[in-house]
Ligand binder design. Structure first.
Ligand code: ATP
Ligand code: MG
Length: 257
């Protein structure tokens, strides 16, 4: 019997007013698996992530995390999720160290555990020398590192990473990619969005391609190339082929020339 998936999306749908941003998504991610969630700007990735983490109510469908329905039974589901949002929200007037203590407290870690974990994560993110500086004075990449540290405080088994390497320098991005691989080896299920297809290709065990709110292809990079009808193509070629809408019928070749 297959193990229980760490993440299961069932017919997940979100309508904003009359616009269907996400339609009927069905996705499973197993423990230890890295799932690359790719799509063009506005395809529905962030909307899906926010529904998965319990921030945005779905119009219909379900999100099951480690067997718990995020919307019916949020507490145990949320305890197991670490989320790095595309736009991190941090308390600018706290120091890095204070913010991690504050968040550890919200997660229910004891004071000593929270403090020890904060030091570990500052070290992991190369922020130890900046621990007593106000977050307000951090660079973009330093704020992103703080968001990653915060998402890891409670040792989540499911990590949802929305454009996690945005703003990171080359070395930090390399380190974060290696960390993601290490977490997956320890059994953490990871969903990551990125527009950098080389990152998706390197890290993902499986890729899901979302286009105008629908999952239009799923599989390894090689399987996506098959689905695009261009076997052997790289991920960029498959992405462009699968997400390129055909020209409207009324535009003829003659008009284009
Ligand atoms: N709060 C909102 N109200 C109305 N429409 C929204 C809202 N948030 C997102 N949308 C719309 O939903 C669609 C999906 O947006 P979403 O942010 O999920 O895309 P994305 O795949 O994350 O894109 P990107 O790669 O640019 O981050 C877009 O058409 C967007 O305009
Ligand atoms: Mg987004």
């Amino acid at each position: 019997m297959a193990a229980q998936p760490a993440i299961k999306l069932e017919n997940l749908t979100k309508a904003y007013e009359n616009h269907l941003a996400v339609q009927d998504l069905n996705i499973c991610v197993q423990p230890g698996e890295i799932f690359g969630f790719l799509g063009a700007n506005g395809a529905g990735k962030t909307t899906t992530m926010k529904m998965m983490v319990g921030l945005l109510p779905p119009t219909s469908g379900r999100v099951i995390i480690q067997g718990h329905d995020v919307w019916q039974n949020p507490e145990p589901a949320k305890r197991t999720i670490g989320y790095v949002p595309d736009t991190p929200i941090l308390h600018e007037l706290l120091t890095a160290r204070e913010f991690l203590w504050f968040m550890a407290d919200l997660y229910g870690l004891s004071r000593s555990e929270g403090r020890a974990r904060a030091e570990e994560l500052l070290e992991l993110m190369d922020l130890t020398p900046h621990g007593d500086r106000l977050i307000r004075d951090f660079s973009l990449g330093m704020k992103r590192k703080m968001a990653i540290a915060t998402a890891l405080l409670h040792r989540p088994q499911v990590l949802l990473l929305d454009e996690v390497t945005n703003g990171l320098d080359a070395r930090a991005a390399r380190e974060v990619k290696d960390l993601i691989k290490a977490w997956a080896r320890e059994g953490v299920a990871v969903v990551l969005t990125t527009h950098i297809l080389s990152i998706a290709e390197e890290l993902s065990d499986r890729i899901g391609l979302i286009h105008r709110g629908r999952l239009i292809a799923e599989g390894t990079a090689a399987e996506l190339a098959e689905q695009a009808g261009i076997p052997g193509a790289n991920l960029e070629e498959s992405f462009l082929a699968l997400t390129g809408d055909p020209l409207p019928a009324e535009v003829t070749e003659g008009e284009l020339q």
